[in-house]
Design a protein around this ligand. Structure first.
Ligand code: ADP
Length: 267
């Protein structure tokens, strides 16, 4: 069982339920329409996505699973406007991404997207607090003080705020990265293998934190994972194989996730 820092999470932030999103009350937050992504050309071309359509529900945690090379990261990067599809398109928070200029994409990402990486991607010279605030600092904004202190408490970093990443454990660094993704209350948080570089106990704590941000803030989240235990905290699990969505499960026990993966890989 996971103990700190989840225990005091529920009362730690007075967060309006609709705070994570703007005034779009219904409908999917992210839509993908017939996405394809080809890397390279000619004989060596790789079709990483071969026609993926999906809708991501507001205020839910969606997991994406699939064998290595099935296209999970490619899909996440395209949905998060970090990459563009070869064909097809994405609608994020009501905006069709392909129609935007670079400046508009930057603005859209700043406002609507938080990203959590497997290897944390923190800036080593900045403190935990400065790393968390970076998305706002870049935008020339400051957080509401009470909200920010609540966020620090939620992620269990109140007494580590002045530490630099090198002075923090892997789990603490990922907490910083999660807080950085949450700080601007984006429309959707994408997490690419957020526990992939952490031990089992720390992974459990990070998963609890991800789940908490969905339950308490209504933070729409999409997470790529290899780990059936991680997928089992999701409200929905999409399975990719060879660039296609081949299975779509509701919330499931780890054993059901493992069975579905075994079916895919033929084990
Ligand atoms: P996953 O995240 O499921 O492991 P990826 O999306 O990383 O899958 O990769 C899907 C396929 O696309 C794989 O065959 C991979 O080798 C290929 N691929 C990914 N990125 C590139 C790239 N930048 N250049 C060429 N091929 C790539």
């Amino acid at each position: 069982m996971v103990s700190e820092p989840g225990e005091d999470m529920s009362e730690s932030i007075a967060m309006p339920a609709a705070g994570a999103v703007e005034a779009e009350p219904t409908g999917p937050v992210v839509e993908a329409h017939e996405l394809t992504r080809r890397y390279g050309e000619g004989d060596t071309a790789v079709d990483a996505l071969r026609g993926v359509s999906l809708e991501v529900a507001r205020g839910k945690l969606t997991a994406v699973m699939g064998p290595s090379g099935s296209g999970k990261s490619t899909l996440m990067h395209i949905l998060a406007a970090l990459d563009t599809p070869t064909s097809g398109y994405v609608v994020l928070a009501g905006t069709r991404l392909g129609d935007l200029s670079d400046t508009e994409i930057t603005k859209l990402r700043r406002k609507h997207i938080g990203f959590v990486f497997q290897f944390f991607n923190l800036l080593p010279m900045l403190t935990a607090e400065e790393n968390i605030l970076l998305p706002l600092t870049i935008a020339g904004e400051k957080p509401e003080k009470e909200w920010f202190e609540g966020l620090l408490k939620t992620v269990g970093l109140t007494d580590r705020r002045s530490h630099r990443p090198a002075e923090l454990s892997g789990g603490q660094q990922q907490r910083v990265a999660i807080a950085r993704a949450l700080v601007s209350q984006p429309t959707v948080v994408f997490a690419d293998e957020p526990t992939g570089n952490l031990d089992s106990k720390t992974s459990g704590e990070i998963l609890e934190l991800m789940r908490h941000s969905v339950d308490s803030y209504g933070q729409t989240t999409m997470m790529v994972t290899h780990d059936p235990r991680a997928a089992a905290i999701a409200d929905r699990i999409l399975f990719l194989a060879d660039g296609l969505i081949v299975r779509d499960l509701p919330r499931s026990e780890p054993s059901a996730v493992i069975a579905a993966m075994d079916e895919l890989t033929g084990d």
